[in-house]
Design a protein around this ligand. Structure first.
Ligand SMILES: *[C@@H]1O[C@H](CO)[C@@H](O)[C@H](O)[C@H]1NC(C)=O
Ligand SMILES: *[C@@H]1O[C@H](CO)[C@@H](O)[C@H](O)[C@H]1NC(C)=O
Length: 191
């Protein structure tokens, strides 16, 4: 009886230890299990602010054709956007989206985008996730590839579904809603 109690207590303290060692992921991060595969799902909002003292997007170049191009062809922007788990820009920052976008389609409004998502909070703090690809600006929903990462996202592969959450044309402010599905090295190692 005593032996049983001891082993039970050991089991309980082991479980408590496990719980303490792996903090529950924040609400914007989830681990999904599909068959024997594990996928990290991230959900967040990216704030694109083009005007005012807190602007995070700046035009750095144009081409000879840009001003007469219906698709702003040749314009290049650099951005360092605030990323939050909640839609409100004043809510807690969880990452920065840093990168460039080049208007790269002569026929349609589409950009060639490279964005490094630099995580600044939670269990992935300091890791980066790289999303790059064609971003058709007029589509209500776009899909972009996850092409790599660092830290927790080493060897990352996946995709992002991007939608427009808010667009204020006068304020030149838009909020993009990202849902990202990632498989990374930590899913391949047997832990
Ligand atoms: C700019 O950011 C600061 C600090 O977050 C904030 O207090 C201020 O209201 C913002 N200004 C504008 C115009 O949004
Ligand atoms: C994230 O990491 C940085 C540097 O490694 C550290 O200064 C910061 O306090 C960390 N933030 C959180 C929310 O853990």
């Amino acid at each position: 009886m005593k032996k049983l109690t001891t082993s039970l207590m050991l089991t309980i303290s082991y479980l408590l230890l496990l719980t303490a060692a792996t903090p529950a992921p924040g609400p914007w991060v989830q681990t999904l299990t599909k068959g024997n595969k594990k996928i990290t799902k991230l959900h967040f909002y990216v704030h694109n602010l083009e005007l005012g003292p807190n602007a995070t997007v700046y035009r750095v170049a144009t081409a000879s054709i840009t001003s007469t191009s219906p698709t702003s062809f040749g314009q290049v922007n650099v951005f360092d956007d605030r990323v939050t788990a909640e839609p409100d820009i004043k809510s807690e920052q969880v990452a920065r989206a840093q990168g460039t976008s080049a208007y790269a389609d002569l026929q349609a409004g589409a950009i060639a985008m490279t964005a490094n998502f630099y995580i600044t909070s939670g269990e992935f703090n300091g890791s980066t996730l790289v999303i790059a690809g064609r971003n058709p600006l007029l589509e209500p929903t776009r899909e972009l590839p996850v092409i790599g990462g660092t830290g927790a996202f080493r060897l990352a592969r996946g995709y992002a579904v991007v939608g427009i959450y808010l667009y204020d044309k006068a304020a030149r402010y838009s909020v993009l809603e990202y849902t990202v599905y990632v498989i990374s090295r930590r899913h391949m190692l047997c832990v």
